[in-house]
Design a protein around this ligand. Structure first.
Ligand code: NAI
Length: 336
């Protein structure tokens, strides 16, 4: 198949080329740095498959354009699919495939790295020591052992986080409309969201972005949290209302904040903007807090995860080419 890969970085090319070379009948891949959008959809002309990532825009207008150009499969290099209008895709006969399970540990380990960095102020200590400042004031942390962590969403990543935190000796609360079978063995206590927020020293988000989870952490939710608690979001930016979180940081309601995702990240993340003026004042405000740690959607970024993403993506397209069905097709039922 002819595949146009949008938002392609050098590392995407490296891992996709390797996976493609290893598959029986290699495809023809064209790599584009451009993000998929109404302006760039025409670049898929002549191809049958489009490969997209988290900030590519696959709304109804873009999908209509792609369908008109003969695109039959949209292969996402991600687990999340909130950027795709699945109803429109189904109507237009475009199969949407994703990578449901690529190293959940990659995201879980980054999540816990953020917890530890924030708790022990590693991001500040690193800069201090290099400046010759060896004072400890302001770097006081807490033992993870015995603390309560609330995990919102106990799918693959949430459970991987639970396994690590269990090793630290944390008490584990969880909320998920579909509690995991493994939950009891891991010592997870399933509770409703208000209870989880009220009892957790650390709240960590691992649910997908859906209409139900959009701005789940808003001013009302923050008011229910333990004062000074840690909030971590490595899931999708818009699960958190950033303005409400900034207010929570200013009042001290939120003590520590770790974000790997941001609701307006599409204009920022994955690019080197160091030579430009930051135009997003909300994001700029976030960066002023010493108790905030932001990474630019890098939780998935491990060798193991990129290998698995590339292999599954090529596998999805190969299966579609051979049978008309992707291995990991997303259906509109998953919207629920
Ligand atoms: P998963 O599908 O295995 O698990 C998601 C869980 O969330 C399911 O158990 C589901 O029942 C639960 N859930 C759904 N609605 C909920 C709600 N209202 N409240 C609480 N739980 C709810 O997905 P997985 O692989 O664990 O990924 C989770 C999310 O992590 C993805 O949707 C994606 O947005 C994000 N992600 C972020 C990455 C990064 O690099 N930062 C990389 C990969 C995924």
């Amino acid at each position: 198949m002819q595949i146009v890969v949008f938002s392609a970085k050098p590392y995407d090319r490296q891992f996709l080329d390797a996976a493609n070379a290893a598959c029986g009948s290699p495809h023809v891949l064209t790599y584009l740095e451009a993000r998929l959008s109404p302006e760039t959809a025409a670049l898929a002309n002549g191809a049958q498959a489009v490969c997209a990532f988290v900030n590519d825009q696959a709304d109804a207008a873009v999908l209509v354009d792609l369908a008109g150009r003969g695109i039959r499969i949209l292969a996402l290099r991600s687990a999340g699919f909130n950027n795709v209008d699945l109803v429109a895709a189904q109507r237009l006969g475009i199969t949407v495939a994703r990578v449901p399970a690529y190293s959940p540990e990659s995201v879980a380990e980054h999540t816990v790295a953020m917890m530890l960095s924030l708790n022990r102020h590693i991001h500040r200590a690193y800069a201090r020591v290099r400046e010759g400042n060896f004072a400890l004031d302001g770097l006081l942390g807490f033992d993870m052992h015995g603390r309560t962590a609330g995990i919102v969403g106990t799918g693959r990543i949430g459970l991987a986080v639970a396994r690590i935190l269990r090793g630290f000796g944390c008490r584990l609360l969880a909320h998920d409309p579909y509690p995991a079978e493994e939950g009891a063995a891991l010592g997870l206590e399933y509770v409703d969201v208000p209870t989880l927020l009220a009892r957790s020293d650390i709240v960590t988000l691992h649910c997908p972005l859906t209409p139900a989870t959009h701005h789940m952490i808003d001013a009302a939710a923050i008011a229910q949290m333990r004062r000074g608690a840690m909030l971590i979001n490595t899931s999708r930016g818009a699960i958190v209302d950033t303005r409400a979180v900034i207010a929570g940081l200013k009042s001290g309601a939120i003590g520590l904040l770790g974000l790997d995702v941001y609701e307006e990240e599409a204009d920022l993340f994955f690019e080197d903007l160091s030579g430009q003026m930051l135009q997003d004042d909300i994001f700029a405000r976030l960066l002023t807090f010493p108790n905030v740690l932001v990474t630019a959607h890098q939780a998935f970024f491990t060798t193991e995860a990129l290998t698995a993403i590339a292999e599954t993506t090529i596998g999805n397209i190969t299966a579609f080419a051979e049978t008309g069905q992707a291995l990991h097709a997303v259906s509109t039922e998953k919207l629920a």
